[in-house]
Design a protein around this ligand. Structure first.
Ligand SMILES: [Cu+2]
Length: 154
């Protein structure tokens, strides 16, 4: 009886750990890796996601210019945010990585700044509302130079 009981509980433990492993796999974020270059461009400018999907964006700075003059971030903006106004206001905000404090409620996700050879990342849940969301680099001048992309939720 004692043996039978321990066999059964062993079986239950196996089932439990399989279920736990499957659960962990379902929750692992999808990684989107991209670079930001001295040409002020992202290597990935279009991301598609399911509503609420967990995503990790990894951004690597790739170039030769020192970080003080050339760095990149990934800032995902709320729907209907004026990205140009956001970037313009942010250019004055070096202490906050060029994210304008007055508009930080528009930030859905943001990395720190990556200089040449550095990698930064952020994990977030994609918006639940289908639509097109802008992401931009807030380093001064980069958005204007075309350092932007879209996250499409559908
Ligand atoms: Cu940049």
């Amino acid at each position: 009886m004692g043996v039978r009981r321990s066999m059964m509980s062993g079986c239950a433990a196996v089932v439990w750990s399989l279920a736990a492993a499957a659960g962990a796999q379902a929750q692992a974020p999808r990684v989107v890796a991209m670079t930001g270059t001295d040409a002020m461009k992202y290597s990935v400018t279009a991301i598609e996601a399911k509503p609420g999907e967990k995503i990790t964006v990894k951004l690597t700075g790739q170039g030769a210019i020192p970080k003080v003059a050339m760095a990149h971030n990934f800032v995902l903006l709320a729907a209907k945010t004026d990205a140009n106004a956001f970037a313009t206001a942010g250019a004055m905000s070096r202490p906050t990585d060029f994210i304008p404090p007055a508009m930080k409620d528009k930030v859905l996700a943001a990395t720190k700044l990556a200089g040449n050879g550095e990698t930064v990342e952020v994990t977030f849940d994609a918006p639940k509302v289908p639509g097109v969301y802008d992401f931009i680099c807030t380093f001064p001048g980069h958005f204007a130079a075309g350092m932007k992309g879209t996250l499409t939720v559908k």
